[in-house]
Design a binder for this molecule. Structure first.
Ligand code: GCU
Length: 611
């Protein structure tokens, strides 16, 4: 029973491999951009299929004949009935969400079929993979009328090997993308961001030697500033090889042997200039096996906690941050390009940031690489958001898979320091078990980084005094605590923050991972008038005064850099389906609160410089 059928019959979308002979999602190939690649981006043929007639017959049984859209079948005679035609069905841009490409698709949730034809001549001995940066939410992939497989999760990359399936001419690649929300999914049915559907990131053909360097992990050991630890994984028939790691700029070169499973673990000393936000030093690192070579630009820094301090390269650091959603800076829809990333991060830099929280899901790789180059530390997160199905083993498997895919893609980025496993999740035994599993997964997949989550602390009111207690049981398993609070917007008045104190059960650093309030750019009035820039400005001033009084606070990421689309925000004139908590509008216009935060961060920077 295919995915789609289960989707329709039980209203849930569960990742199941269906037809005989489907390929598996291949192990993720690291650092695609440094490989021999061919882009399949551009205009793709597309069929919008709200009733999934491209996959199911009127009895909701999976179609296997030429009526199935992935067959891309053309009538052989005037009398033959074929009720679909990619080539006359219009186009959609890839990468891109479908919602902002056609007014009629703005709110669309369902299936869209994409088709892309291509010719490809592969070098004889080489292997060929199809790489997808991300597709939201469920992707079923077909090549030349055959199913390759499926991928669930809208924000992480996946590959399929097509070495034996590609032909020199006339290949047709077909994807069915479905973004129907499901209770058992990650995220689940309720989010405060737009459910952008489509092939939202680049599609690439990647040609590699028969045995190639599939993945590598090269980082400073936790707490060390000169000992590098890591591993390397080959993929292919010739798994036992000598592999050399070179850092030409410092004349470093070391050779290791891979074992019978193509794996080499290594540790070695290297005197390198450490990566910092002020000096984001990147080195060219060459990884060469006997049959393959890949080059990467990497920075080296250590990150750890000691009591309530976060130590970057052994020195205490304050994370001056801001939250971002993955929306394009000056156009509608999902961001995906280097330019998008650089523009958004340059706004964060203008604020005085050395840190960003990429909410609430893994953003595109361009964002991580731009952060590496621009010197911005990163909090990455998987969309375990609000009320996930904690008891459902499929949901856990799905969340673990998304976490591992995020780590596999980004584990060589110096900028990335924190993996977050959840946002605003209600405390329960099932939830604690679920999150503890993810925390364990993150630590075992990458022991060099910190793990956090955005929690929600409880208020304790005694007479006129309010104390907020950080006492979430899951905090004992985290390295860094994150906390979301909306004092002055969803609760109390902005000035109430003046008499609020914070205590924590834990000797751990706190990042105030969300705070803020809405304002419509250009709408002005009294500080107590909601939606005005003056209200937001006033709220920030009281927040900052409160934050300065929290002894274990080591970072802040206000909600949020830019106004963003949300289906939960229906108030005409003020919201119009936008969350207005941005410090800049969706057109990049700066609100008054932008300068309040900028002043605070400049102040912190000058203090930091004095240390
Ligand atoms: C929540 C949540 C965000 C949301 C924000 C808001 O805390 O984490 O995703 O957008 O608050 O309500 O604006």
């Amino acid at each position: 029973m295919s995915n789609l059928l289960r989707c329709l019959t039980v209203g849930l979308c569960l990742p199941l491999l269906s037809s005989r002979g489907a390929a598996q999602v291949a192990p993720l190939i690291a650092n695609i951009n440094a490989r021999q690649t061919t882009s399949l981006d551009g205009q793709w043929q597309a069929i919008v299929d709200p009733y999934d007639v491209g996959a199911l017959d009127y009895r909701a049984q999976p179609l296997k004949n030429n009526h199935a859209f992935y067959k891309n079948y053309k009538p052989q005679s005037e009398s033959e009935l074929v009720e679909y035609d990619f080539d006359t069905s219009g186009q959609l841009l890839v990468p891109g969400d479908w919602n902002t490409q056609r007014e009629s698709l703005l709110f669309y949730e369902g299936s869209v079929w994409y088709k892309r034809s291509f010719d490809y001549t592969k070098s004889l001995k080489n292997r060929l993979f199809l790489h997808f940066g991300a597709c939201n939410y469920l992707a079923a992939v077909y090549l030349n009328g055959e199913e390759l497989g499926e991928h669930e999760g809208g924000f992480t990359p996946f590959d399929f090997e097509i070495t034996d399936r590609v032909r020199a001419r006339g290949n047709f690649l077909v994807l069915r993308i479905n973004n129907t929300r499901g209770r058992d999914q990650v995220p689940t049915v309720n989010t405060d961001w737009w459910n952008y559907g489509g092939i939202t990131r680049s599609v690439t053909l990647v040609e590699v030697p028969e045995t190639f360097v599939q993945d590598y992990f090269i980082q400073l050991e936790k707490g060390s500033t000169d000992q590098i630890t890591g591993w390397l994984q080959l993929n292919g028939a010739q798994l036992q090889q000598n592999v050399t790691i070179r850092i030409p700029e410092v004349g470093f070169s070391k050779t290791f042997a891979t074992n019978s499973r193509g794996r080499a673990n290594f540790s070695f000393g290297a005197g390198l200039t450490l990566w910092t936000p002020e000096n984001p030093k990147l080195y060219t690192v060459e990884i060469a096996s006997e049959t393959d070579q890949v080059t990467d630009r990497m920075g080296f820094r250590s990150i750890e906690v000691r009591g309530t301090d976060i130590l970057l390269n052994g020195k205490p650091v304050f994370l001056r941050g801001i939250n971002l959603h993955e929306e394009a800076p000056m156009r509608r829809g999902r961001a995906w390009s280097d330019d998008d990333a650089r523009t958004l991060l340059s706004w964060a830099k203008e604020l005085g940031c050395n840190f960003v929280r990429l909410a609430h899901y893994p953003h595109n790789e361009s964002m991580l690489r731009a952060a590496d180059q621009m010197g911005i530390l990163v909090w990455g997160e998987v969309p375990v958001y609000w009320t996930i199905q904690w008891e459902n083993p499929q949901t856990l498997h799905n969340a673990e898979n998304q976490l591992n895919e995020m780590i596999a893609r980004d584990h060589n980025r110096a900028a990335l320091i924190i993996y977050s496993v959840a946002n605003e999740t209600p405390i329960s035994d099932a939830r604690n078990r679920f999150l503890r599993q993810l925390i364990q997964d993150a630590h075992s997949a990458d022991p060099t980084r910190l793990v956090s989550a955005a929690l929600q602390a409880d208020e304790v009111v005694e007479e006129k005094h309010i104390t907020i207690h950080i006492n979430d049981p899951i905090a004992s398993d985290l390295d860094v605590l994150g906390n979301n609070e909306y004092i002055g917007w969803y609760a109390r008045r902005p000035e109430d923050a003046d008499s609020i104190d914070w205590i924590s059960e834990y000797d751990k650093p706190l990042i105030m991972s969300e705070f803020g309030g809405d304002a419509l750019f250009g709408y002005h009035g009294d500080t107590f008038a909601r939606w005005t820039e003056e209200y937001q400005e006033n709220l920030y001033e009281h927040q900052i005064a409160m934050l300065k009084r929290i002894p274990f606070l080591r970072g802040t990421t206000p909600w949020i850099l830019k106004d963003f689309r949300s289906p939960r925000r229906t108030l005409p004139r003020y919201e119009d389906y936008f969350n207005r908590k941005g410090l800049v509008s969706e057109h990049g216009e700066k609100k008054k609160a932008f300068f309040v935060l900028q002043r605070f961060y400049r102040e912190l920077q000058s203090v930091q410089l004095l240390k």
